[in-house]
Ligand binder design. Structure first.
Ligand SMILES: [Zn+2]
Length: 256
């Protein structure tokens, strides 16, 4: 079983009952989406009276959509491939956590919905999941992204950027925490979520609370693929350091 939290800064934060966590970074994509949106707005302001679009504007819209769809499709594929390998059979989707934060303006909100196209993403995920025999269930009803997994408090926690902190001493990545809380909630209300039902010891594990987490796998979009970043807390420049040539190198080289 696995739970996804969907947002704009982190497109997908995912926690599985097997103790894996995946984080798909969205900042750069969102940045580019906003740049193209600004470009469109500028062109629109220069249009002659009574014209509402132009060939160039339509081309920019198409480009913006294509870029998003490409990243979305690749994300679904990458994630489901991983979940399939993990033996996950159900994916719970909840979210737009950071989008629904109170400090987001209505305007930003609309743009973000437009950007990630939540409904389209969920449909795409469900379609791709079918190929893997994995079912997708959307559960965006009452669950809070602000809940502290340590003490259960929801009103004392604070979120600053990607970090959720609580006076009880808890501090962790907000979206990953949200997906873990989300998972725990669904785990308590349903039975085993693993395909290998004959495996008794494994089944017993799934009935316990979510297992201690492995180090989260972070992924960044390079316009073609989602690549694993092993030290994303370091500034980007450092990742180009020739002495550390491994998979990170691909990410640092960026657009190609
Ligand atoms: Zn707490």
């Amino acid at each position: 079983m696995t739970a996804l939290d969907i947002g704009a800064n982190n497109l997908v934060a995912c926690t599985t009952t097997t103790g894996e966590q995946y984080l798909y970074e969205g900042r750069e994509l969102f940045q580019r989406f906003r740049e193209t949106t600004r470009e469109i707005a500028q062109l629109q302001s220069k249009l002659r009276e009574r014209r509402y679009s132009s060939k160039r504007i339509r081309r920019l819209y198409r480009k913006r959509t294509r870029r998003r769809d490409h990243a979305q499709e690749a994300l679904c594929r990458d994630l489901l491939e991983r979940l399939y390998t993990e033996g996950v059979d159900t994916v719970y989707v909840g979210g737009l956590t950071d989008v629904l934060e109170t400090h987001w303006s209505v305007e930003t909100n609309a743009k973000t919905h437009n950007f990630w196209a939540f409904k389209q993403f969920t449909e795409r995920l469900a379609c791709t999941a079918e190929e893997y025999g994995i079912s997708v269930e959307v559960r965006s009803e009452a669950w809070t992204s602000q809940e502290c997994p340590q003490c259960g408090s929801t009103d004392r926690t604070t979120r600053h950027r990607d970090t959720l902190t609580c006076p009880c001493g808890f501090e962790a990545h907000a979206d990953l925490t949200a997906s873990a809380t989300f998972l725990k909630r669904h785990q308590n209300s349903s039975s085993s979520g693993l395909r290998t039902r004959h495996d008794v010891s494994r089944q017993r594990q799934t009935k316990q609370a979510v297992r201690p987490m492995a180090r989260p796998v972070r992924l960044e979009w390079d316009s073609h693929d989602w690549l694993e970043v092993s030290h994303s807390h370091r500034p980007k420049e450092q990742r180009t350091d020739p002495s550390t040539v491994h998979r990170d190198g691909n990410v640092a080289s960026g657009e190609s």
